[in-house]
Design a protein. Structure first.
Length: 66
């Protein structure tokens, strides 16, 4: 009985001691944070980007003669 109980305790300890997959979770969190920062940056610059594309479109239209 004690041997069986200690066997189960060892299984539980090894289960909680495993660190496999921890790196993957960390990389996923970093990638998510970078994506969030990119979206926030693009939203903050949306007016500036729109103006830039409009100016570029006008310049290309004038250069093409249209």
């Amino acid at each position: 009985m004690i041997t069986q109980l200690s066997y189960y305790v060892l299984i539980l300890k090894s289960y909680f001691a495993e660190e496999e997959g921890q790196d993957l979770i960390e990389y996923a969190l970093i990638a998510g944070l970078l994506a969030l920062a990119a979206v926030a940056g693009l939203l903050a610059m949306s007016g500036t980007l729109e103006t830039m594309w409009n100016n570029l479109s006008s310049a290309l239209g004038a250069a093409a003669g249209g």
